[in-house]
Design a protein around this ligand. Structure first.
Ligand code: MN3
Length: 257
């Protein structure tokens, strides 16, 4: 099956365009996190729509990758990208829809384990948001992936970390050192208006409330073990070559503006 077949099956083109809005949103994740049922309101141009909310289906749908499965080679291999997007991310979308449906039944009066489904909502909703930001935060090297940011983000990285190299070293070390499964993030703190490098366990644990996610690297084993086996550090170093800095700059502009 070609990537096009797989992707067109997932989402109508209108949602593809809507999902691209999430590129510059950053705050989309905050919106869902702050209001877990926001998607149910189904606003056509709200954060739910940007995250693949399908008004007609009344549930989230998996948006296609913004590039072919093999577009990030040699840094991330096609097989990993295909399994990661089509199986793992799809699973988070299913889990998110299931949790929302079960919680709706409980609200309607059915008895049910509300703690379990609340945790499922947090885990799968977080997974959906994180992966959406992750895919759009990367670009093939041939299309500008990698290198260094420019403009206001470059200045902010210099002010917050001393230099781009110091940021890169910190970001890679923190990502490499996540205990178990999780993520490394570059985030904007709207209180101090500075940038922070954060670790995230699983899909959301340890993420400081209020931080706006800008750049995330998935360090779950499913993100790298086919190509890199246990060498997480090699994978994180390779990830630096496919960062879509213009997208991260746009997220920073939106978060800090
Ligand atoms: Mn993943």
């Amino acid at each position: 099956m070609s990537p096009e077949d797989s992707n067109s099956r997932s989402t109508p083109e209108i949602d593809r365009r809507a999902a691209l809005g999430a590129l510059t949103a950053g705050a989309a994740g905050i919106a869902l996190a702050a209001s877990p049922a926001a998607g149910q309101e189904g606003s056509g141009d709200g954060p739910g729509a940007r995250l693949g909310w399908d008004e007609n289906l009344g549930e989230y749908v998996l948006s296609p990758l913004p590039y072919a499965y093999d577009a990030l080679e040699p840094h991330i291999d096609a097989r990993t990208m295909q399994i990661h997007h089509d199986r793992h991310h799809a699973g988070y979308v299913r889990g998110l829809n299931r949790a929302l449906a079960e919680l709706a039944k409980i609200r309607a009066g059915e008895s049910g384990p509300i703690q379990h489904w609340s945790r499922q909502l947090s885990f799968h909703g977080g997974g959906h948001i994180n992966h959406t930001l992750f895919w759009e935060g990367m670009a093939p090297e041939s299309e500008g992936g990698g290198g260094e940011p420019t403009g206001a983000l470059a200045e902010a990285i210099g002010a917050s970390f001393g230099s781009f190299d110091a940021f890169s070293t910190h970001f890679q070390a923190a990502s490499r050192a996540v205990e178990g499964s999780g993520w490394g993030w570059l985030a904007f703190d709207p209180v101090s208006r500075r940038l922070l490098v954060l670790q995230m366990e699983n899909q959301q644990k340890l993420l400081t409330t209020g931080m706006v996610p800008l750049l995330g690297v998935d360090v779950w084993e499913h993100a790298y073990y086919l190509q890199y086996q246990n060498r997480r550090g090699d994978y994180v170093a390779a990830f630096m070559n496919v960062i879509n800095w213009p997208v991260i700059e746009a997220r920073y502009a939106k978060a800090s503006g």
